[in-house]
Design a protein around this ligand. Structure first.
Ligand code: PEP
Ligand code: MN
Length: 258
């Protein structure tokens, strides 16, 4: 098979002064699940910058299970994110859920996130494959490793090989965790492809007390970075508060992982 992704040739993604995928140099991505207000994202960004985060995350378009739950601030959220990025110098990552917002997301973000629910959305994958922004591709919640790698191939075959793979847990039968974090996927995907692989222990477990141990485990098995949800006040978060750390907890985690 003619493939761009199934190669052992290592791919390093250069973004500002970062080299994503460079050995022993994990990238720290943190921020709230959702951008909730200008004040919230700026306050969070300033605190995270001080702690030494590399990339700020925040969802402006939220794919929620219930249509009655907070759906994100949309374009307004993108503007707040961009402002937070400019104020702190942090690159921005945000999720694209709909083809019609591709251009505006590219104008505001440095990395495009494709979420778990859209990993099988091949027209969206082909579209981000034509953009010049790096893409963070989350694993579909019921995707096999082959399906996940082939989703990356859709992006690469459209012209964009700057792809970061993100293991975020798969559906299992656990009655305790939100998802089952499949850490074996990290070395497998790194061996089968040349792409950087990061881990999201927030969605991978659904529980903030599991973020520290699973972050340590992720780095121990070779992850190129971590994406963690951080909120100034997780109990008041409009989405995913239970799997978000507060600023102080994140600071402690960052120190412990050094
Ligand atoms: C998120 O990162 O907030 C998110 C919605 O993640 P996932 O697509 O992994 O569920
Ligand atoms: Mn979330």
């Amino acid at each position: 098979m003619n493939t761009k992704i199934l190669t052992s040739e290592k791919r390093i993604i250069d973004l500002k002064d970062m080299r994503i995928g460079k050995e022993n140099l994990p990238i720290f991505i943190a921020g709230p699940c959702a951008v909730e207000s200008e004040e919230q994202i700026i306050k969070t960004a300033v605190a995270l910058k001080e702690i030494g985060v590399d990339i700020l995350r925040g969802g402006a378009f939220k794919p929620r299970t219930s249509p009655y739950d907070f759906q994100g601030l949309g374009i307004e959220g993108l503007k707040y994110l961009k402002k937070a990025g400019q104020l702190t110098g942090l690159p921005i990552i945000t999720e694209l859920i709909d083809l019609s917002y591709l251009d505006i997301v590219c104008e505001h973000a440095d990395i495009i996130q494709i979420g778990s629910r859209n990993m099988y959305n091949y027209s969206l994958l082909k579209a981000v494959g034509k953009s010049d922004k790096p893409v963070l591709l989350k694993r579909g919640m019921s995707a096999t490793i082959r399906e996940w790698i082939m989703a990356a191939e859709y992006i690469a075959s459209s012209g964009n090989e700057n792809i970061i793979m993100c293991e975020r847990g798969i559906r299992g039968f656990s009655d305790y965790t939100r998802n089952t974090l499949d850490l074996a996927a990290v070395p497998i995907v790194k061996q089968k492809t040349g792409l950087p692989v990061i881990v999201d222990p927030s969605h991978g477990t659904g529980k903030r007390e599991l973020i520290m141990p699973m972050s340590k485990a992720a780095l121990a098995c070779g992850a190129d970075g971590l994406m963690i949800e951080v909120h100034c006040n997780p109990d008041e978060a409009l989405s995913d508060g239970a799997q978000s750390l507060d600023i102080d907890q994140y600071r402690k985690l960052k120190i412990a992982l050094k």
